[in-house]
Ligand binder design. Structure first.
Ligand code: GFB
Length: 325
């Protein structure tokens, strides 16, 4: 079943400035949607239920992409669990509740593949949820994300709300965070190889052993999937969004080295955590609905590096603006 969403329908993208939200806005604009609603962090604190209710009452969105949150890589997750748990639980709760109170037609909630147990059978199917202990380095974030799924399901069950939950794998692309203390591995390695090249150095430090396996999805593919699911999917529980293909961190580092700084040498810092040994999603459910990604990893990384080069000095997160004068 496909829902026809009118091009002038008010659509709220919660988290529009981030990696995912900015990709969804680009995608909706490309499709011709004319009434995309956004709110900057200094205009609306999504952790504040009264403020969120006020905003929904004033703006009356009909469709909501709930892609806001406090996010980060393995170091940020393991050192700032209070922020990851509190911010995300609050943001999910306030937006879902306001969407119910103000009669939103449909809401898409975005989770993360880290909701699944650390030792889930690979590739991970949706029914692995809550079948085992979580990966300790991102337990706080995972718990908040699991609560978000259960919240959508509870509002669907008790109030008949059309709220769905998509679980993306590790994402990358334009508007990513390149700050080495809080970023995910892919933007961190682009930054590290780039900085080493600029400084005339060859050694580039890679955290951990290089053996963990990760799956990477370009955020434009994710945005495409989100718009697709908003139009055509209406089930409770999570639906995985990924490529179904993974690489080791060493292989990822080699791809990035070849693109950014081919003469660099990888140096592994095994005092840093590896995190989950493997995390690749079973994507047969979304494939069976007719959705597949289109951006190859090597092409996506090359495009992201071009974006990084083009935006240096103009507000890339984690990269200081070039000195003026
Ligand atoms: O992307 P990442 O930070 O998060 O790390 P997770 C993935 C792997 O890359 C780990 C290694 O094994 C890291 O040790 N790695 C190597 C690096 N070099 C680096 C580096 O310079 N920076 C970073 N960040 N990693 C996150 C969760 O897990 O995945 C979040 O913490 C979220 O909750 C996200 O779910 C998608 O893939 O391990």
């Amino acid at each position: 079943m496909t829902t026809d969403i009118p091009l002038d329908a008010p659509i709220f993208v919660a988290g529009h400035a981030g990696l995912v939200g900015s990709a969804i806005v680009r995608r909706l604009e490309h499709e011709g949607f004319t009434n995309i609603l956004t709110a900057r962090r200094d205009q609306l604190d999504l952790r504040d239920q009264a403020a969120v209710n006020y905003w929904f009452r004033a703006n009356r969105p009909q469709y909501v992409y709930l892609v806001a949150g406090t996010v980060g890589g393995i170091l940020a997750n393991s050192t700032r669990p209070a922020e990851f748990l509190y911010d995300n639980m609050m943001i999910h709760a306030t937006v879902v509740h306001a969407a119910y109170l103000f009669g939103v037609e449909k809401l898409l909630y975005l989770g993360s593949s880290c909701i699944y147990p650390r030792l889930a059978p690979q590739p991970i199917t949706e029914d692995a949820l809550l079948t085992g202990p979580l990966e300790p380095t991102n337990e706080a974030y995972a718990l908040a994300k699991i609560t978000g799924i259960k919240l959508c399901d509870a509002y669907r069950f008790q109030y008949g709300c059309n709220f769905i939950s998509a679980m993306p794998t590790n994402l990358y692309g334009p508007n990513d965070n390149f700050d080495l203390a809080s970023s995910h591995v892919l933007p961190a390695l682009i930054r590290k190889f780039h900085d080493a090249k600029e400084r005339g150095e060859t050694a580039v430090e890679i955290w951990g052993t290089g053996t963990p396996r990760r799956e990477f999805l370009h955020v434009d593919d994710l945005a495409d999937a989100c718009v697709f699911l908003m139009k055509s999917y209406e089930e409770p529980g999570p639906i995985n969004v990924g490529t179904g293909v993974d690489v080791t961190i060493r292989e990822l580092a080699e791809i990035i080295r070849d693109i950014v700084h081919p003469t660099a040498e990888l140096v592994f810092d095994t005092t840093k955590p590896d995190g989950m040994p493997r995390k690749v999603l079973d994507v047969s459910r979304i494939n069976s609905l007719g959705w597949r990604p289109t951006i190859e990893l090597r092409d996506g990384i090359a495009a992201t590096y071009r974006w990084f080069l083009d935006h240096q000095g103009s507000g890339i997160r984690g990269v200081a603006p070039a000195a003026v004068g």
